[in-house]
Ligand binder design. Structure first.
Ligand SMILES: CC(C)(COP(=O)(O)OP(=O)(O)OC[C@H]1O[C@@H](n2cnc3c(N)ncnc32)[C@H](O)[C@@H]1OP(=O)(O)O)[C@@H](O)C(=O)NCCC(=O)NCCS
Length: 227
């Protein structure tokens, strides 16, 4: 259940589990197929496809940048962020059509420690491919990959507002965030098994003078049912 009243972070160091670090490097990631998609490691050759995606205003309005990349030179570091030698710091992938191999989006864990202290996942797809269930199919497939990673004990500083009420145990959590306006993304998260746990007002990174309502979702890897 989402809380509608703003509240302050309640930080605590907890014992939990997380995927073993370092995460599998891009070169170790075996492509995974779902009904219609291939989820594979990002590569330097994806620059043009990523630029195409990041050139669409309808896509970029929902990112903190809020606007399309100006040119391919602005896209390049966005891709390099997910390539060696930085590939141990995320679990982000290219999402391609199984039939043609065309890259239609990206998604996965782009942040191992988000504002609640837990890893966070996200996705973006080219607008021509919206409304066909691809983001939901990807998110379910990717969660399966994330949940199958070997686990280790971990001590993490997390915001306790991410725990279910009355839950004393720090069960591992994957988080995701959307703006309150992004109903499509909220639908994707709900359909993939996330639950909404907090709404709050924050600075709108796209416009320093404005506030935005953000919505936080959580997913429990230990409750995951394999696809
Ligand atoms: C959000 C996004 C990934 C959704 O991708 P998608 O492939 O269209 O998603 P799906 O088809 O799997 O599911 C979308 C769901 O939202 C619904 N939906 C779409 N637009 C909606 C709207 N304006 N209001 C309510 N529901 C909406 C769809 O009907 C669908 O639900 P259904 O299957 O129950 O009908 C895509 O729009 C996108 O890339 N947006 C730009 C980047 C972005 O917002 N990323 C997420 C940041 S948190």
């Amino acid at each position: 259940m989402a809380s509608s009243t703003p509240s302050k972070p309640k930080w605590a160091t907890v014992k939990t589990t997380l995927p073993v670090r370092p995460l599998p490097l891009n070169s170790m990631r075996v492509p995974v197929t779902t009904d219609r998609l291939i989820i594979r490691a990002l590569a330097a050759e994806d620059l043009d496809s990523l630029h195409l995606l990041r050139s669409q205003p309808e896509v970029m309005i929902n990112t903190p940048q809020g606007r399309p990349d100006k040119d391919i030179d602005e896209t390049r570091p966005k891709l390099e962020f997910f390539l060696p030698p930085k590939d141990d710091a995320h679990y982000n992938f290219a999402v391609c059509l199984k039939e043609t191999g065309e890259m239609i989006g990206i998604g996965g864990c782009h942040q191992l420690k988000s504002i609640f202290g837990w890893p966070a996942m996200g996705y973006m797809f080219r607008k021509e491919f919206w409304g066909k269930g691809y983001a939901t199919e990807f998110t379910k497939g990717w969660l399966d990959m994330w949940c199958k990673l070997p686990r280790e004990e971990a001590e993490v500083e997390v915001d306790q507002r991410s725990f279910p009420e009355g839950d004393e145990k720090a069960v591992e959590i994957m988080t995701a965030f959307t703006s309150a306006e992004n109903l499509a993304s909220q639908n994707v998260l709900s359909k993939a098994g996330f639950e909404r746990f907090l709404d709050w007002e924050d600075a709108d990174l796209r416009n320093p003078d404005a506030q935005i309502t953000l919505v936080a979702y959580r997913y429990f890897p230990s409750k995951h049912v394999a696809n």
